[in-house]
Design a protein around this ligand. Structure first.
Ligand code: NAP
Length: 290
């Protein structure tokens, strides 16, 4: 760990709750490994105190912050500037100190892309099934469109929400990349190809680990890869069904790693090589099992 002295810079996390966060494991290990005199601490911010928290952090010369649930959108009015991607997504998870205040970024989506790259999962030219149409799924749909996915079928319990995302992104892209469907409409998708499926619903998350948003083996037989964004548990029922039907399965823990790595790079202007990211990942796994 970094030895705290008069020159130590502080970064932190604001959210509610923050007690189970892995972010200190990520950033304090990165600081030690890169020789940065920086420490990272969680800050539990009560409802109604978000503005005070951001102002206070700036006043205390805090270098950068992560922002987690429930403040990723609510923090935007308290920023001096916002990155274009974060603005489009409408959610900020990283604040970077500037002269006038904090600039907001979203590193969740670049983090997912970097995790997928690590896992050897391609987006460009792929036909993708995206399960879910919540806040994260909307951002994932943008990421997939921006990274030249051939087609994205969004399947959601509430079809209207999937349709809204499709309309918004198709208009932005000027072509029909996203198609909204009901959850069991996978039965109507072209059967002459295998799909990448990205699981962006909250179904299967701890403690309800015995659930998957689709339980039919025929769905999983359509996949070459199933990518779950859930990271607790590390093997979800969705992943289990994916593997049982002969496809590759991945969890969301590396997305969590890389959103942190990218935030760290923004704060320190240092780039984190993959080998170092993997060392930190091993520490995250150890912390999860502790
Ligand atoms: P959200 O806005 O609450 O959306 C939840 C989604 O799950 C909606 O599409 C909802 O469908 C669907 N859903 C919930 N219960 C369902 C059920 N019983 N049957 C069918 N569908 C159901 O959540 P979010 O913020 O987008 O987060 C989604 C997931 O992303 C979470 O599991 C979270 O763990 C994961 N995540 C991972 C990372 C990472 O770093 N790996 C980061 C952020 C989030 P309706 O629209 O029909 O309600």
């Amino acid at each position: 760990m970094v030895e705290i002295n008069g020159r130590t810079r502080t970064c932190g996390l604001i959210g509610n709750p923050v007690e189970h966060t892995m972010s200190p494991v990520i950033h304090n290990n990165l600081a030690t490994a890169t020789g940065e005199n920086l420490t990272y601490v969680p800050f539990h911010v009560e409802n109604g105190r978000l503005g005070d928290a951001v102002k206070g952090a700036f006043g205390l010369n805090i270098l950068g912050m992560n922002v987690t649930v429930p403040y990723k959108s609510d923090v935007i009015p308290f920023l001096s500037d916002i990155d274009l991607l974060a603005k489009r997504i409408g959610a900020v998870n990283t604040l970077v100190r500037t002269e006038d205040g904090y600039k907001g970024y979203n590193t969740d989506m670049p983090g997912l892309l970097r995790a997928m790259k690590h896992d050897g999962v391609e987006v460009e030219g792929e036909t993708i099934i995206l399960l879910g149409a919540g806040g994260v799924a909307r951002a994932v749909a943008m990421l997939l469109a921006d990274n030249n996915a051939e087609k994205v079928y969004i399947l959601n319990r509430t079809t209207d929400k999937a349709q809204k995302i499709a309309d918004e992104i198709n208009e932005y892209m000027g072509k029909e990349i996203i198609v909204a469907k009901k959850l069991d409409d996978y039965k109507t998708l072209p059967a002459d190809k295998k799909y990448l499926a990205i699981q962006a619903t909250s179904v299967g998350m701890y403690p309800k680990v015995d659930e998957a948003v689709i339980e039919d083996d025929d769905f999983y037989k359509m996949l070459h890869t199933g990518y779950d964004l859930i990271f607790n548990p590390l093997e979800t029922k969705f992943m289990h069904l994916t593997k049982n039907n002969g496809a590759n399965a991945f969890h969301g823990y590396r997305m969590l790693l890389y959103q942190g790595v990218i935030a760290y790079e923004l704060w320190t202007n240092k780039s984190v090589p993959d080998e170092l990211a993997e060392e930190v990942y091993a520490k995250m796994l150890a912390a999860m099992n502790a």
